[in-house]
Ligand binder design. Structure first.
Ligand code: KIV
Length: 268
């Protein structure tokens, strides 16, 4: 899958996107036919034990992106650029984004977007680095905005529509809309011709994205707009408890899990 294939999906069959952070999960997600795999900076909370996405480094993103890319054959792999790896100095931003394609084999990058990423989106696109924009709730700005729904009044909603247009004009191939009212997401989807990918943005987007841990039921809780489609946490707990209990009562390892070499019987 290429960014241009995704770009052409606006108004067509819904686009599916899920996060993944490691090779085995990415292989499963890819084999299931998901269109795009986002190596989200949510790796900070979901895998690295941070309280937020802010501490995630370029090295950590490159390492997780490379693992995902090695296991993915069909889906478009997108590296989420971490806090302060872009937005200050353009040269540094180009180098950091370029590393995701050159070293980690990503197909595209995602930038939590704002007025400061319009020109960067243009530059990266011109250089051959496809950009997915991200508006609405952008968690890297949590210290300024909190982790709340965005675009809830007319002025901020208009700003989001304008920024969506500007990022489309700058070359973004798709746009994530996070935690915005469904009627704003519909307006944005109508206003631009690249696909909108919603998360907590209602049903009117061209596609949807969720965090894999929430979808499979691995995380402790789910965001109110999210949905657990499985109970992997329950399955893991059951399996670990069964292991502990069988080791403690001597049931595991059984004969079939062990092997003996006859000639060793005389050695001792
Ligand atoms: O980091 C992430 O997982 C994301 C998605 C929630 C869109 O940015």
């Amino acid at each position: 899958m290429r960014a241009k294939d995704i770009r052409e999906r606006a108004g067509e069959e819904p686009v599916t996107m899920l996060t993944a952070y490691d090779a085995p999960t990415a292989r499963l997600v890819d084999e299931t036919g998901v269109d795009m795999i986002l190596v989200g900076d949510s790796v900070g909370n979901t895998r690295l034990g941070y309280d937020s996405t802010l501490p995630v480094t370029v090295e950590e993103m490159a390492s997780h992106t490379a693992a995902v890319a090695r296991a993915t054959e069909e889906a478009l792999v997108i590296a989420d650029m971490p806090f302060l790896s872009y937005g200050a100095d353009e040269g540094d931003a180009v180098e950091n984004c370029g590393r995701m394609l050159k070293e980690a084999d990503a197909d595209a990058v995602k930038l939590e977007s704002g007025p400061h990423t319009v020109e960067l989106t243009r530059t990266l696109t011109e250089l051959g680095i496809p950009v997915q924009a991200h508006l609405g709730l952008t968690p890297q700005r949590e210290n300024e905005t909190g982790l709340f729904r965005q675009g809830t009044d007319a002025e901020s909603a208009r700003r989001i529509v304008d920024l969506a247009r500007e990022h489309e004009n700058a070359g973004a191939f798709s746009l994530v809309l996070e935690h915005v009212p469904a009627n704003l997401a519909r307006k944005v989807t109508e206003a631009i011709s690249i696909p909108t990918i919603g998360i907590g943005a209602g049903p009117h987007c061209d596609g949807q994205v969720l965090v894999i841990d929430e979808v499979i039921g691995l995380s402790e809780g789910t965001a109110p707009f999210s949905k657990a489609f499985g109970d992997v946490r329950g399955e893991m707990t059951d399996a670990i408890e069964a292991y502990v209990s069988e080791v403690e009562n001597g049931e595991y390892p059984a004969e079939k899990h062990s092997h003996y070499e006859e000639e060793l019987d005389d050695v001792y």
